[in-house]
Design a protein around this ligand. Structure first.
Ligand SMILES: Nc1ncnc2c1ncn2[C@@H]1O[C@H](COP(=O)(O)OP(=O)(O)OP(=O)(O)O)[C@@H](O)[C@H]1O
Ligand SMILES: [Mg+2]
Length: 465
């Protein structure tokens, strides 16, 4: 090969290099030990938004990259460093993330080769993916939803952290497998669930079914399982979610229970009203009629005293009927307004039970929404019945005030109190008070402790919500 031929071959090879470099998304630089450029690739503008001349003018690689990645004069450790993630600011002032490889070389009069690749978009995509995954994980957790993935040919299975928890494995240490899952199924549901899943696998379809699991912690949970089979001629993969609906079941049970208790209370109430009316009032009325008839037959002076006594009894019957009617529906709230009705209630109860009830009513609007007025009156009635019935207190304080757009009712006694924390679920009286307040957009708080008295506080919007 003569010189002209080899010179031409060299030129060709250099040209090939140049074209390759121009079209590459990597930028290549060579520097000497001090970091001064000895070679600059022809495609600086693609990665750094700077012309080759501009880069050459910078003189040193540290000016281009923002800092030295290899201390000047120091050798590259082990001859090569790969995958340095490094942020730069390009010629347009934008921040870009570069992946830089550094290698000890001996070409183009230099000693260190830098290969830079722009990975900004990849990093952004990775970040977006990670955020999405985090969001999904959060949503799944909030919904008590676990996921699983079963590679059928290898038998390999993965469970999301929530699936581990759902199966009672709070440390997340149990090894996921289809058999491990089957073992956790409630024995009564095992065969059915296995059939449903096998069917879905055979038909390459989805399934949905409810079952119980008995977790590693021995706690039984209700689970809704949904899954889908994927195939490629042979069973390939099955993916699914578990939803824990133990709580929903519990709430439904509680609601049913509550409904039952309310009905019982309602029936009991009716019975009591009927008893109150028929037993005592009717008996009194019968006796009164009989005695008046006797009087009519007797005539004379002795009758006068007896008539006085009977008039007293007639008045008592009237009062009793009033009380009963008032309990069925307190007409006094409409007649006297909320403030007047609460005052009358306190007066009546303190007379009947020898409890000194101090009432303070102030600033209650005259025109109140009838539901709100009745609701607050009922709450006061219920709270005061507890005071006279349970507290053993000889004094109580009732206040009814308004501030802003809200009404405030408090009923306080210094009686024996009760251990609110130790109670399991509200009993009807307390629950009805709370429900009445809630239904009208208000809030009721009961504070009580043994021997420390009881305080019932209600705040309620003046306008119905
Ligand atoms: N002011 C109070 N002082 C002391 N104990 C109270 C007071 N209020 C409530 N309690 C206790 O809380 C229990 C529950 O009260 P709640 O009003 O819900 O039911 P109740 O009064 O027993 O029956 P009812 O459903 O007929 O009202 C009472 O049985 C009593 O032990
Ligand atoms: Mg009560």
């Amino acid at each position: 090969m003569d010189d002209t031929v080899s010179a031409a071959a060299l030129r060709e090879s250099e040209e090939l290099h140049r074209i390759t470099l121009l079209n590459m998304s990597d930028a290549v630089f060579i520097t000497d030990d001090a970091g001064t450029f000895t070679y600059i690739c022809p495609n600086c503008d693609v990665l750094f938004a700077r012309s080759d001349e501009e880069v050459r003018g910078m003189g040193r690689i540290s000016h281009l990259l923002g800092r030295d990645l290899v201390p000047p004069g120091a050798p590259v450790p082990d001859g090569e460093v790969r995958n340095i993630e490094h942020e730069i600011v390009n010629g347009r002032g934008e921040r870009r993330v570069m992946l830089v490889h550094i290698k000890q070389v001996s070409i183009k009069g230099g000693t260190i080769l830098y290969v830079c690749r722009d990975i900004t978009d990849r990093k952004a995509a990775e970040l977006a993916l990670r955020r999405n995954e985090e969001r999904l994980a959060l949503a799944l957790e909030a919904a008590s939803m676990g996921t699983w993935d079963w590679q059928v040919p290898t038998g390999e299975m993965t469970w999301s952290p929530e699936t581990h928890r759902l199966l009672g494995d709070f440390g997340g240490t149990r090894r996921p497998s289809f058999d491990a899952f089957m073992e956790r199924l409630h024995p009564a549901d095992r065969e059915r669930v296995s059939r449903v899943m096998n069917d879905a696998m055979d038909r390459v379809s989805s399934y949905e079914t409810e079952f119980r699991v008995v977790g590693y912690d021995s706690v039984e949970r209700w689970v809704l399982g949904k899954g889908r089979a994927l195939q490629n001629g042979v069973p390939l993969r099955m993916l699914g979610v578990f939803v824990d609906f133990t709580d929903r079941n519990r709430v439904e049970r509680e609601l049913r229970d509550l409904g039952g208790r309310l009905l019982t209370a309602h029936d009991r109430e009716r019975l009591r009203i009927r008893d109150d009316l028929s037993e005592k009032a009717v008996q009194d009325a019968d006796e009164l009629a009989a005695e008046l008839d006797g009087l009519r037959q007797q005539g004379g002076a002795a009758a006068a005293a007896q008539i006085g006594r009977l008039a007293g009894r007639a008045a008592e019957i009237g009062r009793r009927l009033h009380r009963v009617l008032d309990e069925i529906h307190p007409a006094r709230v409409t007649g006297l307004g909320l403030g007047g009705a609460v005052r009358a209630l306190c007066r009546e109860l303190s007379e009947a039970h020898r409890v000194d009830i101090n009432v303070d009513v102030a600033g209650v609007p005259d025109q109140l929404d009838p539901d709100i007025a009745l609701g607050l009156y009922r709450i006061a009635q219920e709270a005061l019945q507890n005071v006279v019935g349970h507290s053993g207190a000889t004094r109580a304080i009732v206040t009814l005030t308004s501030a802003g757009a809200e009404l405030f009712l408090t009923v306080v006694d210094g009686g024996r109190g009760f251990d609110d924390a130790a109670r399991t679920g509200d009993t009807i009286g307390l629950m009805t008070m709370r429900e009445r307040a809630r239904l009208l957009g208000g809030q009721l708080i009961v504070t009580s402790k043994p021997r420390g008295g009881t305080r019932v506080e209600v705040r309620m919007p003046i306008r119905p919500s």
